[in-house]
Design a protein around this ligand. Structure first.
Ligand SMILES: Nc1ncnc2c1ncn2[C@@H]1O[C@H](COP(=O)(O)OP(=O)(O)O)[C@@H](O)[C@H]1O
Ligand SMILES: [Mg+2]
Length: 291
């Protein structure tokens, strides 16, 4: 579904050029949820913007459904962290959600109906006629997710989407996204700075470190489905993996122990992508601090 090959991205040119990403290769299968974690400034948002066709890499290719990305790919939607700036305050919640449909759907009644269905999917039917500023932060972020769903995306990019809400709301939104993925089979890339969230939501956790940003580890998460905020998080496999991801993000790779060693929670099956589903780069295996 998504294939990123040897991506390099540089801000600026000449002497002032700043290489932010280098050698990023990543394959994501249809319906997979890949969580991306990494220290602030390592290039997570830049990677998402390249995949969204909003920024052009200096080297490498990105394909979505076999088509090379030169502009915003068909069937792609993005949800950003800052819901307060992504919803228009002068439009009702329904009209905010219907907005992106203007390009593809000329009939207002159909746009509104589609928007109402998307709002129902995120549990916001009752607020369709409210304005965004009348909603709580969590509800506004639900509305932003509904707007992404209204376009019936096949690929959803989420950039720290729950960073601005309280802990309880965050958990509710994580479960909402997992439910939507289950029901609709959407492929999701979820950037987060929350290590627990990456393990809780992900089929895989990709650890990005910099600089320049590169993939330090790509770990398969094998936790029972459906996940549950209480029981999943108390599983030994969850606790172990979050510790490993934490070490990797902080530049301490399991005290030099390769994470691909036989374990029940990390595998290297490569079933869908043809590449190992779990690896550590050589620097990580040497436990060098590169953050
Ligand atoms: N528009 C820009 N111009 C120049 N440098 C930028 C720009 N946007 C981001 N950067 C730099 O690129 C690096 C990666 O940024 P970003 O992708 O936002 O990281 P992350 O999302 O992981 O925090 C940072 O050093 C940041 O300062
Ligand atoms: Mg960012």
């Amino acid at each position: 579904m998504l294939e990123v090959t040897d991506l390099m991205y540089t801000y600026g040119r000449g002497d002032g050029a700043h290489m932010v990403l280098d050698g990023i290769s990543l394959q994501v299968a249809r319906g997979e949820l890949v969580a991306i974690v990494g220290p602030s400034g390592c290039g997570k948002s830049t990677l998402l913007r390249c995949i969204a066709g909003l920024q052009r890499p200096a080297r490498g290719t990105i394909t979505v459904n076999g088509t090379v990305v030169h502009e915003v790919p068909e069937g792609l939607a993005v949800v950003f962290q800052d819901y307060s700036r992504s919803l228009y305050p002068w439009l009702s919640v329904r009209d905010n959600v219907a907005l992106p449909l203007h390009r593809s759907q000329p009939r207002r009644a159909v746009r509104r109906e589609t928007a109402l269905r998307a709002l129902a999917a995120v549990g916001l039917s009752d607020t369709a006629h409210h304005y965004p500023w009348q909603l709580s932060g969590g509800m506004q972020q639900r509305a932003a997710i509904a707007r992404a769903l209204a376009c019936d995306p096949v690929l959803l990019l989420m950039d720290e989407p729950f960073g601005s809400v309280d802990a309880q709301t965050r958990e509710d939104l994580e479960d909402l996204v997992l439910g939507l993925r289950r029901d609709r089979g959407i492929t999701i890339l979820l950037v987060t700075h929350d290590i627990d969230e990456s393990v809780y939501t992900g089929d895989r956790v990709v650890v990005l470190t910099g600089a320049p940003g590169h993939i330090r580890a790509d770990l398969a998460v094998q936790l029972p489905e459906p996940r549950d905020q209480i029981t999943t998080r108390e599983l030994p496999a969850f606790v172990h993996l979050r510790a490993e991801v934490g070490r990797l993000v902080r530049g301490r790779a399991g005290h030099g122990r390769p994470i691909t060693s036989p374990q029940h929670l990390v595998t290297g099956t490569g079933q869908t992508s043809g590449t190992p589903r779990a690896f550590l780069d050589s620097a990580a295996q040497n436990s060098e601090d590169r953050c």
